[in-house]
Write a protein that binds this ligand. Structure first.
Ligand code: 2HA
Ligand code: ZN
Length: 279
């Protein structure tokens, strides 16, 4: 296979690896393929492959094709051997089963987070037909903050937004938080998909982050922006627990018109303290 989709998918895996977000087999990536992208590789697909249970029901994605990383596979290896580490799967007519129609040539299954990925992709398709990419990684600064900030979406969003003016422009809907849960199943998938109904970023406490986007650059860029801001916050908190200067609620409101964004006032509360993480 030699397609732009394969190259774009691989670029995220390699760049995420180079950022240090994918220790061992950490993280996973999925993409809802366009009709013309399926058509382009039609001759390579094994349409008679065995059907397997997804472990979730996603009727909104019935009969669709997805490119996904493999369970237990290392992001580091995607560029070295795409066909060993990545699969194209097709869903059945009620969205409860999948078949591996391409890739994972040495055996294996799609990502252990397949229920989360598909439940997110289903919600996102309803929200905006063009949202096709879901990316999960383990970026260290974001995870570190889940140990010290309250696991509250208003406070988390506001503290991350304040670290870089770019943030409310890149993710104006804010960040959703999933408390620590067992990964890999339907329950954590449901919690994450609930967030994806309105937001593009979900942080899993003490684990990692899920982001979505229209294409691979936008999706990777979103993960990068949140993690960069988290890194700045970790640096600030390493120096002090208080801020001398910051971006004010009115400053944020002033960004709305020039950048054509709408910010929910729930993130723009007046703070009663200059201590980081307090409301
Ligand atoms: O190992 O990141 O959440 C893959 C994962 C599971
Ligand atoms: Zn993970």
């Amino acid at each position: 296979m030699d397609t732009k989709l394969k190259r774009d998918f691989t670029k995220v895996c390699t760049d995420g690896w180079l950022q240090g977000w994918h220790e061992r087999n950490g993280g996973n990536l999925s993409y809802r393929m366009k009709k013309e992208e399926v058509e382009e590789v039609k001759d390579l697909l094994k349409e008679d492959a065995a059907w397997k249970e997804i472990g979730a029901s996603v009727p909104g994605l019935a009969n669709e094709y997805f490119m996904v990383t493999g369970s237990g596979k290392y992001f580091r290896n995607v560029e070295l051997d795409f066909e060993d580490n990545v699969a194209i799967i097709r869903l059945n007519e009620d969205g409860t089963k999948y078949q591996i129609v391409y890739g994972l040539v040495n055996g294996g299954r799609p990502t252990s987070e397949l229920p989360s990925h598909l439940m997110n992709l289903e919600v996102l398709k309803k929200r905006d037909e063009g949202l096709r990419v879901v990316y999960h990684a383990h970026p260290a600064n974001t995870v570190a903050l889940t140990f010290v900030l309250p696991l509250n979406e208003e406070i988390f969003t506001r503290e991350i937004w304040e670290m870089e003016t770019e943030c409310p422009v890149v993710f104006p809907q804010g960040i959703g938080i999933v408390p620590w849960m067992v990964p890999g199943g339907r329950e954590i998938g449901e919690k994450t998909a609930k967030i994806m109904e309105t937001k593009n970023v979900a942080i899993w406490a003490h684990h990692g982050m899920f982001v979505c986007g229209h294409d691979f650059d936008e999706t990777f860029g979103l993960m990068h922006t949140v993690e960069k801001s988290a890194e700045i916050l970790v640096k600030v908190m390493s120096m002090t627990d208080r801020k001398r200067n910051t971006i004010t609620p009115q400053d944020f409101r002033d960004l709305q018109e020039p950048f054509h964004i709408e910010l929910d006032e729930k993130f723009l509360y007046e703070k009663s303290s200059d201590r980081i993480g307090e409301k």
